[in-house]
Design a protein around this ligand. Structure first.
Ligand code: ARG
Length: 466
């Protein structure tokens, strides 16, 4: 029972089932670098404030540095039976530097300690995710630039609608992902406050210098209200919601990769290095990366749900329910971290089937709106033009041909305003080129959008460094 930090007031051993149930070491041990950094900052502050002696402060620093080194190298193994990472490191410190180690927890609670470790850990991992996401956005823009002139059908209701360019289509995803990156950076700024010094719930009677520990740990400021500082998990909910939104975007895009790589669409051929086969059907080449991304988005959305439901009934301040924040949040982070490089690789190596896309755009009357617009320019009200073109589409459907395959006299029987210039108005390339409003599919508009997106990406990268 001596190994429990809180054993003093208890007269019985904890039941084995409770020990197992209570333990969080299996998943919170990954925060050991943050836990040690937090303890070093706390000890340095205690020594500076004269709460502990300079000698004890130094012994603690040296002890913690040696623990960090040994955990990093593997010389020290995490005890799977310890209650949590905070307990494990404090016990190990006391084993190494004896009495000084027992002074480390002065003016601190595991409640402000765990909140500090967790926030710091999430900050570190969010930087990694930002980097991976930036890679994906850059690759998306790279592909969009290469495919700025590639024509494909745009869809509504998954029915061919109007011709667009692949660059335009890819830029739509670049916009979504850029918003995700923006949200991630926004998250960092909003949650850049340090809970250390909040104590169990009501700060401390020791003259703690909260500014000093916050800055030593790289936080922009102190998380002031102590009840909020230890009870808050908004930062986890917010981060996982940003990640859930990112996975939502990747899941939608994955659905397209699955459809587009099918023989039915064949708009894209996935690289062998980013596809998998079947154990029974020798011919199969499956888009597993896309399918897994679509599937794994469920885990991240599930984690968001776990966090919100876990939090909704918790009174101030710390309650043990909060320990449940970690597995959900870590799983979301790990899932996104694993997904991004695989997805970026799949995109970078995708072989776009330009001819198939163009042929698909040429079928399915994607130029019907343009014929209606042509009639409007000849003076017809749009509603009448719409009706006439609908009639011509019905004729073409039964003859299995396109609007541009009808002869001029055939077209003129539907409307006498139609002249020989109609064929130009129906030409795929021309009608894409003409949609050159800002944000449109015309190659020129796409290239302008890519430049704007690159600029925004640069600005986000620069502001992340500040
Ligand atoms: N393992 C705990 C957690 O993750 C540490 C905090 C324990 N605090 C307490 N008052 N029991 O939340």
């Amino acid at each position: 029972m001596e190994d429990k930090l809180w054993a003093g007031r208890f007269s019985k051993e904890t039941a084995a089932a409770v020990d197992r149930y209570n333990r969080s070491i299996a998943y919170d041990s990954r925060m050991y670098p943050e836990d040690i950094a937090g303890s070093m900052a706390h000890a340095a502050m205690l020594a500076k404030q004269g709460v502990i002696s300079t000698e004890d402060g130094q012994a603690i620093q040296q002890g913690l540095a040696s623990i960090l080194k040994d955990l990093d190298s593997g010389a020290l193994a995490i005890d799977p039976e310890a209650e949590d990472i905070h307990t494990f490191i404090e016990s190990e410190l006391t084993r190494r530097v004896q009495a000084a180690g027992k002074r480390l927890h002065t003016g601190r609670s595991r409640n402000d300690q765990v909140a500090t470790d967790f926030k710091l850990y999430l900050k570190h991992r969010s930087v990694d995710i930002s980097r991976l996401l930036t890679d994906l956005i850059s690759e998306t823009l790279n592909q969009a630039q290469k495919e700025s002139r590639t024509i494909l059908p745009g869809y509504t209701h998954l029915q061919r609608a109007q011709p667009i360019t692949l660059g335009h289509h890819l830029c739509a995803y670049a916009h979504m992902l850029l918003r995700d990156l923006w949200r991630l950076q926004d998250w960092t700024k909003r949650n850049d406050s340090c809970p250390l010094g909040a104590g169990a719930l009501a700060t401390s009677t020791y003259p703690l210098d909260r500014e000093m520990t916050a800055h030593a740990l790289g936080f922009a400021r102190v998380a002031t209200n102590s009840l909020d500082a230890v009870g808050d998990r908004d930062y986890a909910v917010e981060l996982v919601s940003v990640l859930a939104m990112l996975m939502l975007h990747l899941s939608r895009w994955s659905e397209e990769f699955v459809l587009w790589s099918s023989q039915e669409f064949h708009f894209v051929e996935l690289d062998d290095a980013y596809s998998t086969g079947s154990s029974i059907m020798p011919q199969k080449k499956n888009p597993d990366v896309a399918e897994l991304t679509r599937g794994k988005s469920a885990r991240v959305i599930g984690s968001l749900n776990t966090l919100m439901v876990m939090l909704k009934g918790i009174p101030l301040a710390y309650n043990k329910d909060l320990q449940e924040d970690k597995e959900a949040t870590f799983d979301a982070i790990d899932t996104v971290t694993a997904c991004l490089p695989a997805f970026t690789g799949m995109l970078a190596t995708a072989i776009w089937q330009r001819d198939t896309m163009r042929a698909a755009a040429a079928r399915g009357f994607t130029n019907a709106t343009d014929l209606a617009d042509y009639l409007v320019k000849k003076g017809l009200p749009f509603r009448d033009a719409h009706h006439i073109v609908g009639h011509l589409v019905a004729i073409c459907s039964s003859r299995h041909c396109g609007l541009e395959d009808l002869s001029l006299p055939q077209l003129q029987t539907a409307c006498s305003l139609i002249g020989p210039d109609v064929y130009q108005a129906l030409d795929l390339q021309q009608l894409v080129d003409k949609r050159n409003l800002p944000g449109g599919p015309a190659p020129a508009a796409v290239l302008a959008d890519i430049q704007a997106l690159k600029q925004q990406l640069k600005q986000l990268q620069a502001s992340a460094l500040n």
